[in-house]
Ligand binder design. Structure first.
Ligand SMILES: CC(C)(COP(=O)(O)OP(=O)(O)OC[C@H]1O[C@@H](n2cnc3c(N)ncnc32)[C@H](O)[C@@H]1OP(=O)(O)O)[C@@H](O)C(=O)NCCC(=O)NCCS
Length: 372
């Protein structure tokens, strides 16, 4: 007997709209199952992200798993670069109606050869919601938990805006810009961005970038190339003229109701003065005035980072289910998956006699097909 799972590469640059819609159906169904009550990722946003990953994620590679020509699973891999070029960030999703049939494991198996070819040593998954099937699966396929990440969201319509009336601490002034840091602040702003390196990363292999003026300018250019509007509020230390704290929030025109609250950091010697809450509160105040269409703002913070989580609470964020970051050495995951595939229970589903295993690459398209 043969299994009916076919795994093939998904090429966003060549995909037709129907292909994106099928991919989106899986993402939507998973979101409803694993993150109930949260706004669904719109199709246009998904298409945009598939065609061009969010800045800082490196190159992306995608696969889909099909049954009877229906897309039932998707896998996305970000090949991180620079300091993180040994890491593949992996996100496997299986439609809730097709789970526990070995598809998630087969998909992971299928992508390992490509990860090896790309010289990845470590696989990380950062999108597992605590307490869901993803956590149990990650455990089963040989990942270990390396970090817990608190997700928080602010709904602008219902947020108590009086929480944003935060005075600027004495000795500092606030500045705001969009897209391009002013020349007179760029050097100290690049240094201040480096303060994010103090944010805990748990046991994750991820390393924060070394920020330089060139890298800050390159990141700004990358956001611009994606039409992403990057807003910055910084606190400038009056005596030295240096940036002491910053917060960054981005909005993309294809999802104008959604704000991505990105990095916030306070330079070490300026901590304890309430600058984190101050820059975040002023960002929110400014955003609702300039961009009233933004209805939902999301942010993530390492669970150990209680200060930042408390600041977010204070300005009106509510906490969503925690995410778990998981990690495994590629060779260990490969060995574990091999063992899982050889176990009788799984064998009956994804590695049935006569059809080979679910991880065979075929041809240059990377197509993998059980039963071919
Ligand atoms: C995680 C996910 C991809 C698993 O897909 P799947 O096709 O159901 O997984 P598999 O059938 O290959 O599961 C393999 C093993 O994982 C474990 N597992 C998976 N789901 C489980 C669950 N709900 N309860 C208990 N164990 C589970 C089991 O040990 C299972 O083997 P078994 O069925 O023989 O007992 C799927 O649940 C999903 O899409 N979740 C949401 C997205 C996510 O969290 N992805 C992980 C990000 S890297």
């Amino acid at each position: 007997m043969r299994t009916d799972l076919v795994i093939e590469r998904f090429e966003p640059d060549r995909a037709a709209r129907a292909g994106f819609a099928a991919y989106h159906d899986v993402v939507k169904a998973c979101q409803a199952a694993d993150r109930p009550g949260e706004p669904t990722l719109p199709l246009e946003e998904l298409i945009g992200r598939l065609k061009k990953p969010m800045p800082g994620m490196g190159r992306a590679v995608h696969w889909v798993g099909l049954r009877h020509r229906d897309v039932v699973a998707v896998a996305e891999v970000f090949l991180l670069d620079e300091e993180n070029s040994d890491i593949a960030m992996v996100n496997v999703k299986v439609h809730p109606e097709h789970r526990r049939a070995g598809i998630g494991s087969a998909l992971l198996c299928a992508i390992l050869p490509e990860l090896k070819a790309q010289e990845r040593r470590v696989i990380e998954g950062g999108d597992v919601v605590a307490g869901t099937a993803g956590q149990l699966w990650a455990d089963a396929v040989g990942f270990r938990q390396v970090r817990r990440v608190v997700r928080q969201a602010l709904i602008t319509a219902t947020a108590d805006r009086t929480r944003w009336d935060v005075p600027v601490p004495g000795g500092y002034r606030l500045e705001y810009w969009e897209g391009t840091a002013p020349e007179n602040l760029i050097e100290s702003y690049a240094l201040a961005r480096g303060a994010i390196r103090d944010a805990p990363l748990g046991d994750s292999g991820y390393r924060w970038p070394e920020y330089t003026v060139e890298r800050v300018r390159a990141a700004e250019a990358e956001l611009r190339s994606q039409s992403m509007l990057q807003r910055l509020v910084v606190a400038v230390h009056e005596a030295s003229g240096a940036v002491a704290a910053f917060t960054e929030l981005c909005v993309h025109p294809r999802r104008p109701d959604w704000g991505y609250q990105r990095d916030t950091a306070v330079v070490a010697e300026h901590r304890g003065n309430g600058l984190g809450r101050c820059v975040k509160a002023h960002m929110l105040r400014r955003l609702v005035t300039d961009a009233p269409e933004v209805r939902w703002i999301s942010t993530t913070t390492g669970a150990e980072n209680m200060h930042m989580i408390r600041v977010n609470d204070e300005v009106g964020y509510t906490t969503l289910p925690t995410l778990i970051a998981v990690q495994g050495e590629l060779t260990a995951v490969e060995a574990r998956l091999g063992a899982v595939r050889r176990s009788p229970a799984v064998r009956s589903r994804i590695d049935r006699p006569g059809n080979g295993s679910g991880d065979r690459q075929r041809g240059t398209s990377g197509r993998v097909a059980d039963g071919s």
